[in-house]
Design a binder for this molecule. Structure first.
Ligand code: SAM
Length: 311
């Protein structure tokens, strides 16, 4: 178990055992030995209940307390594996109140496991402030890693995996969303977005407009019965969902990196800018062309301004 000091294990807070034979111990065997005290960030399935590790089950079985977003949902998961654990809610609406009692338990040397409804805690899910408080207090922290929808979507997308940027959820309001997307146009990496299915059509339209027609993927219902990954350029995906309407289920949007177009310059660049200027402000046109070409926005803006003044 790592500590903030980087000392590895100390003060009897040994790391959680990774011995698979122990992890797979049946529930009706000898009572499980006590888990070393500390906070355990435990990943749970994002759909298929089989996607939980032996170590996650072991931690959940032996923890003094399991803090979870929705106790009913986590109880169902645990019941599937014959685990009876003490559960307590820890979610966005009670975290401020619920944190102190959890920290008090940790201070007494107890083992507290944190899970979210699905996937990895802290990834667009509660837990960050609890982890920070544990680090500040010098409590032991570790993770029982497992699925996260972002990584599953990335590896299935068929897009570059060597560099990626996880952007979480985009703002729901159109103006803020567009501003955020424009701000990501220059990131030289594959982009990952969590999105609600309801907003998918409009988000894809904004992505296509502001990032250019990059290769992309919509990964839906991952690891579930109706898992689907659509791979196509952004404008094509935007068109499909505009016609079909929002899909059912949960989605991750993956967008390929900007194309390297150092070759774009001179007349080519001017042509792109002139087309973008039709019906758009200089600012919007520059953002769009910078997104498509991967050229610095400031440089494109200066050229767009010059061309707009010529007209
Ligand atoms: N912490 C979680 C994780 O690591 O996967 C993510 C939690 S976040 C509140 C929920 C979002 O994750 C959904 O809106 C969707 O974008 C994505 N997501 C979760 N499960 C998914 C699945 N099975 N298929 C596709 N996307 C999923």
């Amino acid at each position: 178990m790592s500590r903030r000091t980087g000392e590895g294990t100390s003060r009897g807070h040994a790391g959680a055992k990774s011995d698979a034979s122990e992890a797979s111990q049946p529930n009706d065997a000898e009572p499980a030995s006590k888990l070393p005290g500390g906070l355990y960030l435990v990943a749970t399935p994002i759909g298929n209940l089989g996607d939980i590790t032996l170590r996650a089950l072991d931690v959940l079985r032996r923890a003094d307390l399991v803090a979870c977003e929705d106790t009913r949902l986590t109880a169902k998961l645990l019941a599937r594996y014959g685990i009876r654990a003490r559960l307590t809610p820890y979610h966005d609406h009670n975290a401020e109140r619920a944190r102190a009692p959890l920290l008090a338990r940790l201070a007494r040397g107890q083992a507290v496991a944190l899970v979210s409804d699905a996937g990895t805690p802290l990834i667009s899910d509660p837990g960050f402030k609890l982890l920070r408080a544990c680090l500040d207090a010098g409590f032991a922290v570790t993770a029982a890693p497992g699925p996260s929808a972002a990584i599953v979507a990335l590896v299935l997308s068929g897009l570059a995996t060597d560099r990626f940027f996880f952007a979480g959820f985009l703002p729901a309001r159109a103006g803020a969303r567009r501003k955020e997307i424009a701000g990501l146009a220059q990131v030289p990496a594959t982009l990952l977005f969590f999105e609600s299915a309801k907003r998918l059509p409009e988000t894809l339209a904004d992505l296509a407009e502001l990032l250019g027609n990059r290769e992309a993927a919509v990964a839906r219902e991952l690891t579930k019965l109706f898992e689907e990954v659509r791979r196509a350029p952004l404008s094509e995906l935007a068109g499909q969902y505009r016609e079909e309407g929002p899909p059912k289920g949960e989605v991750v949007v993956v967008v390929g990196p900007p194309q390297k177009t150092e070759a774009v310059g001179g007349a080519d660049l001017d042509a792109l800018i002139e087309r973008a200027l039709e019906g758009s402000s200089v600012r919007d046109a520059a953002t769009r062309v910078a997104g498509v070409t991967g050229l610095p926005r400031r440089k494109v803006y200066a050229r767009a301004l010059a061309l707009a003044r010529k007209v």
